[in-house]
Design a protein around this ligand. Structure first.
Ligand SMILES: Cc1cc2nc3c(=O)[nH]c(=O)nc-3n(C[C@H](O)[C@H](O)[C@H](O)COP(=O)(O)OP(=O)(O)OC[C@H]3O[C@@H](n4cnc5c(N)ncnc54)[C@H](O)[C@@H]3O)c2cc1C
Length: 296
């Protein structure tokens, strides 16, 4: 047990956690930021929708943000939070330490479910995308394959066609054709096939998708739609409210969860999943914590 009482512990050094850290550091508060390394933002090879950056890699965004937070005396440590409990204060557990804090901001993000297709990691963020808001634009007028396993994937195809490209092949990674959507797909002139893609073909750029039955679908870009999982196992000891699907965490306008003093920013809450949104939420949470620390 480390007896130092922090004003706020932040879990996760993505855009949400770092922005909160910068605000709280600039209030001269005692802040600890715990991050296990890696993270989703680092997969983004080029972020083009973050104000003032025509293009910045996720890695650079995180490195610059971490330096900025440190410059305002935020203590940044590498560690994996395994559990949080609450007595008089929050107790944040890592493998070998328990840290005490008045407030906690959870900004531990999510990770994408990727289909078991050869070369997915090679092309992730480089022609193989998972997010319409992040990367839809990059498919503009391209030869696109959309791969997914739900009706949401069919809706994604309609959206992609309306905004980005008319040249779409929808690959439904399922055993059943999408009942009730055949006509709409035909009306929209979206070709679809049902089956298992096994390999993405290409050296420096995507050339095609190979199916298990040997078919080859020529394409330049791929949009994948298999959802994501939350990095939230350490929250299981807290009785937090979940949304209707028992998946994400509802928060109030300050991004405070159903547990007083515990804030959740970024894609773990029910809002959109974007770097600049997570950063904005981190700022809002930090401003609210500043106010509550003053009231204390
Ligand atoms: C390929 C790709 C491209 C993208 N492109 C864009 C884009 O162009 N524009 C855009 O706005 N968004 C983009 N995104 C989405 C963006 O990265 C996320 O929306 C954004 O990162 C959310 O930030 P975050 O702060 O929640 O967390 P993350 O970046 O996910 O960071 C969370 C951090 O928490 C840490 N962590 C998790 N669990 C623990 C634990 N138990 N203990 C300690 N630390 C923990 C992780 O290691 C990680 O460092 C992209 C995502 C991907 C995958």
């Amino acid at each position: 047990m480390n007896n130092r009482l922090y004003d706020c512990i932040i879990i996760g050094a993505g855009p949400g956690g770092l922005q909160a850290a910068i605000y709280l550091g600039r209030y001269n508060r005692d802040v600890l930021l715990i991050d296990r390394g890696g993270g989703r933002t680092r997969h983004a090879r080029s972020i083009e929708n973050f104000l003032t950056h025509k293009s910045i890699s996720g890695n650079e965004l995180i490195e610059l943000g971490t330096e900025q937070a440190k410059s305002f005396n935020v203590q940044v440590i590498k560690g994996t939070v395994s559990d949080i409990s609450r007595k008089d204060y929050f107790e944040v557990h890592t493998g070998d330490h328990i840290f005490l804090s008045k407030f906690v901001i959870v900004s531990s993000g999510v990770y994408d479910n990727l289909p078991p297709i050869e070369n997915v990691h090679k092309f992730l963020g480089k022609g193989f995308f998972t997010c319409i808001d992040c990367d839809g634009y990059r498919t503009t007028r391209g030869k696109l394959v959309i791969i997914g396993n739900s009706l949401k994937t069919v809706h994604l195809a309609f959206g992609m066609k309306q905004m980005f490209t008319k040249d779409i092949t929808l690959v439904l990674y399922t055993d059943k054709a999408p009942a009730g959507y055949k006509e709409e797909l035909a009306d929209e002139n979206i070709h679809y096939i049902v089956g298992r893609p096994v390999k993405i073909i290409g050296d420096n750029r995507i050339e095609a998708v190979e199916m298990r039955d040997g078919r080859r679908i020529e394409c330049e870009v791929i949009m994948s739609d298999f959802g994501f999982k939350l990095n939230d196992s350490f929250l299981s000891g807290l009785d937090l409210k979940r949304d209707r699907d028992n998946f994400k965490y509802p928060v109030n306008v300050h991004y405070e969860s159903s547990l007083s003093g515990l804030y959740i920013v970024g894609p773990l809450n029910t809002g959109p999943d974007q770097a600049i949104v997570a950063a904005g939420e981190g700022a809002v949470a930090a401003i609210d914590i500043k106010k509550r620390l003053l009231e204390m």
